[in-house]
Ligand binder design. Sequence first.
Ligand code: HEM
Length: 306
Amino acid sequence: MSQPQKGVCAEPNLHAQYLLFNVSDDDATEVRAKLARILDIFDHYDKEHYEAMVTGMIAVGESYWQELYPGPVPSELSAFPDVQCDDRSAPVTQCDLFIQIRTDRVDICYAIGLEVMELMRLHAELVESVSGFRYLDGRDLNGFVYGANNPRGLKRREMAIIGDENPLFAGGSYIHVQCYKHDLRRWHSLSERQQEQVMGVTKEHNLVSPECSDSSHVIRAATNWSDESHENLILQGMPYGDMTTQGLFFVCCANSPRIFKSRLYSQVVGTSEGDYDRWLDFTSAESGGAYFAPSVTFIQESVSRF
Ligand code: HEM
């Protein structure tokens, strides 16, 4: 199978740099070559600083794919869903490129980010740059353990990576990205019991909460698929924040975009009984985009293919 990019199935890291670009250069040949060079940078830092556990990912925006790689398009690559209901929404701010850098050393994360910026300088404009960090023992800033129910071991690859049945895009993954901003003051005005009602799990140990209901986050986020074992998301986002603004930079990877889309709909719109995801009363998405992370092999071979 074509080699997937390390960042798709990566285990959690301590630091992240998320970069979103819009390409200004009409010469796609140059951009394809630069993307392959970025993979070399990830590799270089991984080898030189193995203890930093460098994992990187380059993903191409759904509206830019054809221009960058003329020819076949990943069959399910489509626009980020424009979902809204009452005062809840998932804004679409599609960019051309999404680059995720993750490491266990903040200096290495920064150094890679600078090198990526220098490579892209003449070709693209930076639209969004978010630094993520591990918070406590892997918690969101709302205090609940985040990503704990991610598939483990070989299941990660099975859930996130396209298999050999699709030879051209094998090793690739569908990526959805959203930047959420939390209202932590409002969140902290709730008691722990009320917070557990909202999230549907216990705060300390991430067990199913006796307070869990149809409007709890874990219920609304977990659509019942006929065959759960073949469809799931890998949550790769991390908290971000400074002293005034905090949130979660949400990133998910899957072998099909259907899973994310249905879960997002289930959260924002909810059921006919009015059960939407109550966590959305305390956080809101400020950006969103749909991307495809092709395999390492695809990115490298594309430099000479076109
Ligand atoms: C601000 C944003 C979000 C926060 C802070 C958050 C937090 C959490 C927490 C604490 C859990 C329970 C522990 C765990 O399983 O990781 C969870 C579960 C989950 N969340 Fe979120 N979440 C957010 C947004 C989303 C979005 C946008 C989606 C998908 C559209 C999503 C999908 C899931 C899934 C699939 C689970 C696992 C449910 C299961 O047990 O099967 N989350 N989330």
